[in-house]
Design a protein around this ligand. Structure first.
Ligand code: DC
Length: 211
């Protein structure tokens, strides 16, 4: 059986960076599950369809192709909001479950899998032996997202970035199906005052204590 590391947390808490580094250090495969929701949301938005349209969103989730994850517009804020909207729809989540579980059970490299998202430790892989919940204050996360957008040469207004993040936090945490909550057995890592190296060191220490 392969080892699964489940990493959950809100947007811009540092979970993607941490997940990628852990996967590289351990020789495991990495799946960014947010990208799947972003791809479904943008397949709708690009076609001029409201991502909150339940019937069309479910059909888009069922029709998702691996190639869709390579689209170049999945990192922008429109994609983040569209993803968060399709993610509240139970039929969308159900349609995407098999893809994620198959990756976890049979990662391409065969060693292990690191999955990051919102519900990996609670719903997708509740049996994962290692669960991390990576979080940080709303203000710190908005600050990081603003820097990331500016570094990419995009225009961004601080108050808008903060408001968008708050809105997405609310939607992700309050939805009825698979809301963003730490699993009971998750190690909660608050990165508000940690840089990427310090977060990695803390995560490795926890993983060592578990393996
Ligand atoms: O991690 P991210 O910012 O790329 O995720 C985009 C949205 O997708 C997020 O706001 C909620 C949704 N999502 C989810 O509901 N479950 C996951 N496992 C991953 C993402």
């Amino acid at each position: 059986m392969t080892t699964i590391i489940a990493i959950d947390g809100p947007a811009a808490a540092g979970k993607g960076t941490l997940a990628r580094r852990l996967a590289a250090a351990l020789g495991y495969d990495y799946l960014d599950t947010g990208l799947i929701y972003r791809a479904v949301g943008m397949n709708l938005a690009r076609a001029g369809i409201d991502p909150a349209d339940i019937v069309k969103a479910e059909a888009a989730a069922q029709a998702l192709q691996p190639n869709d994850l390579a689209a170049t517009d999945l990192r922008n804020d429109e994609a983040a909001q569209a993803a968060s909207k399709v993610a509240v729809i139970p039929g969308v989540r159900a349609a995407l479950l098999d893809f994620q579980r198959l990756f976890a059970a049979q990662p391409p490299g065969g060693q292990g899998a690191v999955l990051d998202g919102r519900d990996i430790g609670t719903v997708v892989c509740p049996q994962a032996p290692i669960k991390l919940f990576v979080t940080a204050s709303l203000e710190k996360r908005a600050e990081r997202r603003l820097k990331e957008l500016l570094d990419r040469g995009l225009e961004a207004i601080p108050s808008t970035v903060l408001a968008d993040m708050r809105e997405r936090d609310e939607r992700d945490s309050k939805r009825a199906v698979a809301p963003l909550v730490p699993a009971d057995d998750a190690f909660v890592l608050d990165t508000s005052d940690l840089d990427a190296d310090q977060a990695f060191t803390a995560a490795v220490a926890f993983i060592r204590s578990r393996i």
